[in-house]
Design a protein around this ligand. Structure first.
Ligand code: HEC
Length: 448
């Protein structure tokens, strides 16, 4: 099955999965609760049987209708994750980078194709800066546009692929507390976005404040536990500064956006807003098509030529083969300059399944944990970067810390190994309670 897919287009694979009744789900997809259970209600009505109409050409990009099926039908999505995870990774890249419908948030524009001008779908999702507000205040509803500071809004944005919409950057360090720099000494910066399913779940259930999260953990909240719907998706993007005049050659190779960023002094106090043109260097995409989510990461193909953080584990040949196929189909767009690094679907590597993109990168053969890293986002700890393991530690205490030594969340730092991160099956979280892999919830502030 897997070998066969290598010769078919992604669209063909999605169609095949939609119409095949004889497709036995493998073990991974069988871990997905059936549609309609309490923990996994269908987002839409079950899909109608598909007409047998014209077969898509084997050498064409999947259509928006085909990709959107993965957001509408959990069975089709889970089957593709199980049978062809690399194709699923690329489908999610095309979906999130589809040009967005003007005037709406998070809706792909059926009248456009990949590479057309304007913000892409994920850029119109909620930036975490719009979700986790001062004093744990309730964020405004989904359709409310982001507020851009007047000093930024009055500046003319540089010309970019994403159009004139200012994108807010939220972080200049990686999760290990260190920055990564480009060849001109500029720091790589980051932002995180949540789709409507994630945002609505956070807003409805009061998870935007520390107290709201603790209430759920302590069993006194509106839901018994944090369990995002299967339609949940998030991205984390990494960007480099580009000079609109001097960097023309680089600008031609990166997806670009006008961005603003709060410059802080050494004590963390606000100094001023910086603005500039940014080029997308990396993109993490996560999607809850499995109960433990699907972990996907992409990079701009030139990263290795200028970044100080070299790739530790080469991209596996199976992944490279899918990349060349997709890059050819995207040749007319800047997205041809992006590559899938891998897709992680399990804590432990699966030697029988090279396509899973994780077995090759095993650090510790004794333990057999699976690894995946982006050189722009997990630069210094690639040798112990397991997306799924680190995110499984996202947790919260059942009460507000009383003593300075008390922690609000379990740390993903494992004292005793170097570099100090968990790989393989995650640790016991007790006395903390899981936040369903969503680490950005740690941005929530206290109402006090
Ligand atoms: C050592 C721990 C660690 C590892 C390994 C790690 N992450 Fe994260 N990740 C975090 C933390 C902490 C955040 C929250 C960052 C913030 O709030 O800005 C985060 C944020 C994210 C987000 C934003 C959404 C969210 O709420 O969590 C995505 C998407 C993401 N990571 C994907 C990945 C992928 C894909 C990989 C593997 C290629 C990965 N991460 C590896 C710790 C980790």
């Amino acid at each position: 099955m897997i070998r066969l897919f290598a010769f078919l287009s992604l669209g063909t694979v999605i169609i095949a999965l939609m119409i095949s009744g004889c497709n036995k789900p493998d073990q991974k997809s069988s871990t997905v609760p059936p549609k309609g259970t309490a923990s996994n209600p269908p987002a839409t009505k079950p899909s109608e049987p598909q007409p047998s109409g014209p077969k898509p050409k084997a050498d064409a990009l999947p259509t928006l209708a085909e990709i959107s099926k993965l957001e509408e039908d959990s069975d089709t999505a889970a089957k593709l994750v199980g049978n062809a995870p690399l194709d699923f990774g690329w489908a999610m890249f095309l979906y999130t980078n589809w040009p967005a419908k003007p005037g709406e948030r998070g809706v792909p524009d059926p009248g456009k194709k990949p590479g057309d001008a304007g913000p892409v779908v994920w850029e119109t999702w909620k930036n975490v800066a719009e979700v986790f507000l001062d004093k744990g205040a309730e964020p405004p509803e989904w359709s409310v546009p982001p507020v851009v500071p007047p000093e930024v809004a009055s500046t003319t944005p540089p010309a970019s692929d994403s159009g004139p919409m200012w994108q807010r950057m939220t972080e200049s360090i990686q999760v290990d507390g260190f920055p990564t720099k480009d060849d001109s000494g500029q720091t790589i910066i980051y932002n995180v976005f949540q789709n409507k399913s994630v945002f609505d779940y956070i807003r409805t259930n009061g998870l935007y404040s520390v107290q709201g999260q603790i209430a759920v953990a302590a069993g006194s909240g509106p839901i018994p536990k944090i369990d995002f719907p299967w339609t949940a998706m998030e991205v984390k993007a990494s960007w480099r500064w580009l000079d609109p005049e001097k960097d023309q050659a680089k600008i031609a190779r990166y997806f670009t956006a006008p961005a603003y960023w709060a410059e802080l002094d050494d004590d963390g106090n606000f100094v001023k807003w910086q603005t500039g043109l940014m080029g997308l260097t990396g993109l993490h995409i996560i999607s809850k098509d499995l109960p433990t989510w699907v972990w996907i990461t992409f990079e701009q193909v030139d990263n290795g030529t200028w970044t100080k953080a070299k790739r530790l584990h080469p991209i596996p040949p199976e992944v490279q083969a899918v990349n060349s196929k997709m890059q050819k189909l995207l040749a007319a767009t800047k997205f041809a300059n992006y590559e899938l690094v891998g897709v992680q679907t399990s804590f432990m590597s699966n030697p029988g399944s090279p396509v899973d993109g994780t077995s090759i990168n095993t650090v510790d053969p004794g333990q057999g944990g699976s690894l995946l890293a982006n050189t722009q986002i997990e630069s210094a700890f690639q040798s112990r970067s397991s997306c799924i393991t680190c995110h499984s530690i996202a947790s919260v205490a059942k009460q507000l810390p009383q003593q300075p030594a008390d922690l609000l969340r379990k740390s993903f730092v494992e004292v005793g190994v170097t570099p100090p991160y968990y790989v393989g099956n995650g640790p016991d979280l007790a006395p903390f309670v899981s936040m369903d892999f969503v680490w950005s919830l740690r941005r929530a502030r206290s109402t006090e």
